[in-house]
Write a protein that binds this ligand. Sequence first.
Ligand SMILES: Cc1ncc(COP(=O)(O)OP(=O)(O)O)c(N)n1
Ligand SMILES: Cc1nc(C(=O)O)sc1CCOP(=O)(O)O
Ligand SMILES: [Mg+2]
Length: 201
Amino acid sequence: MKLDPFYLIVDSAAWIERLAPLGVKLVQLRIKSKNETGLRAEIRKSKGFCAQHKCQLIVNDHWRLAIEEGCDFVHLGQEDLQTADLSRIRAAGVRLGLSTHDRVELETAMFAEPDYVALGPIYPTILKKMKWMPQGLERISEWNRRVAPIPLVAIGGLNPDRLNGVFEAGANSAAVVTDITLSSDPETRTREWIEKTDRWR
Ligand SMILES: Cc1ncc(COP(=O)(O)OP(=O)(O)O)c(N)n1
Ligand SMILES: Cc1nc(C(=O)O)sc1CCOP(=O)(O)O
Ligand SMILES: [Mg+2]
């Protein structure tokens, strides 16, 4: 399976409605704060916008709702994995991306036969407090040797200037939140990401 090299992560369908028309082809809906009704509505709207723009939607955390809403890709972290029913996810034909932050987590992830593996945080991130030190580029190469041909996603503190480094080190896709969502001009920044990832597409 091939992932688009630009992997946008946002916290609402409104962001997808705004940025997918620019040519985003891979987006994760990562909502931490809503109740089930609100989440379902956001997933449903996101699915619609993604279908309209031929963009792959990945639902973070909420795998049950993703299945119920007919989505086909979820992302889970290691804590999520402890309570997730992988056989239900697989039986529903839903693909699975998994987070990893150290070698033990990588072993756990590989055992679950994911459709991609994410490694982070590559650089310091301001989005959330993390107990891991930044991984650095060498770690991407180590992960690539271990997971290939499964796609490897790099995440954490990424920006357009850091992209060549992460792809040259062996990442197949670069995930981003704040470099775009906190930008003073998210549309222009999104176009810059699309352009800078083009040679890896
Ligand atoms: C592409 C990608 N990589 C890592 C994460 C982090 O997942 P997780 O560790 O479960 O943390 P939360 O995002 O749920 O806070 C991700 N969401 N996407
Ligand atoms: C949600 C998330 N997960 C990470 C991990 O390492 O698993 S880093 C991260 C935050 C990414 O946001 P930004 O692009 O703003 O740094
Ligand atoms: Mg999670």
